[in-house]
Design a protein around this ligand. Sequence first.
Ligand code: NAD
Ligand code: LMR
Length: 342
Amino acid sequence: ALRGSFASKAQKSSPRSQHHLSPQASYKVAILGAAGGIGQPLALLVKMSPLVSALHLYDIANVKGVAADLSHCNTPSQVLDFTGASELANSLKGVDVVVIPAGVPRKPGMTRDDLFNINANIVKTLVEAVADNAPEALIHIISNPVNSTVPIAAEVLKHKGVYDPKKLFGVTTLDVVRANTFVAQKKNLKLIDVDVPVVGGHAGITILPLLSKTKPSVSFSDDEVKELTVRIQNAGTEVVEAKAGAGSATLSMAYAAARFVESSLRALDGDGDVYECSFVQSDLTDLPFFASRVKIGRKGVEAIISSDLQGLTEYEQKALENLKPELKASIEKGIAFAQKQP
Ligand code: NAD
Ligand code: LMR
């Protein structure tokens, strides 16, 4: 859950008490692709965090206006804008967390893998710059196809000699956010209480909600399991179709990414109780990357929670086996792309 800190002290203060406002921590966050559909609302939500002292907004265009606009919000962080490749390096200097939502979104009829040809190059270029300028930062990859862009990022970082698998995250928080929402609706539960781990990857059948592990404990009929699983797997497509050519999820994605940023910052700040699902380098299965719950600490991934994959239902076990070939192929496609580049 977002916990209290997300509703910042600044929100509760009157304008007259502004001079009393200071960040509760001073982390620097960069958003690469900050002028986009996700980037803008994500920047707004991160601007509300009391843990952030500086917000660096980078895009190839249109970022000046976004930064000017946001900078008028009377919350602690300073907003800086960086436009175009020549300012990319500076946008990353001294940054603790880099969030990457740069890239093209789907249109109806497309799969996330159809974005590979454009987004693979974008992610590669941006992560090269992160390696050169913020090698210690936590990296949150949102750009699709996540199942391939995260392995690309790993290869780029390895090539640069700065790969720390504990610091590279594929953002799958939106799958958890959706699962929590849909389960709470279906079972008439209080939203704030519901937590469903979602494992595997972030595309179609590779998205596997573990409904049997829902907290609080709740029982589902076989039909409910099928219906909820399919809805969670297709939720991205649901939005793509509703937007009818105008893009994919941006607002719910920004909400989810902001939650993941806030969790990461709390972890960096010493909170010893931060757990999120994320697509990371993992030894939970025979695949090199896998999404599961992870414990995040001061140095990134502190532990991968293996218990979620124990005691699965027959349905979940079968779905897990079924997703592996597709996820494996997407991972290998990313690795092969990165390795054949100069
Ligand atoms: P968008 O087109 O609205 O915004 C993308 C932004 O990236 C634009 O502002 C564009 O100028 C910028 N950009 C393009 N190339 C760039 C580069 N080389 N450097 C920096 N910025 C660059 O798209 P969106 O709706 O914000 O979606 C962005 C990506 O996020 C898509 O790939 C989409 O599929 C993905 N996405 C992922 C999830 C997830 O759960 N992980 C959810 C929703 C969307
Ligand atoms: C999502 O799950 O909403 C994103 O991955 C965007 C998409 O293409 O569906």
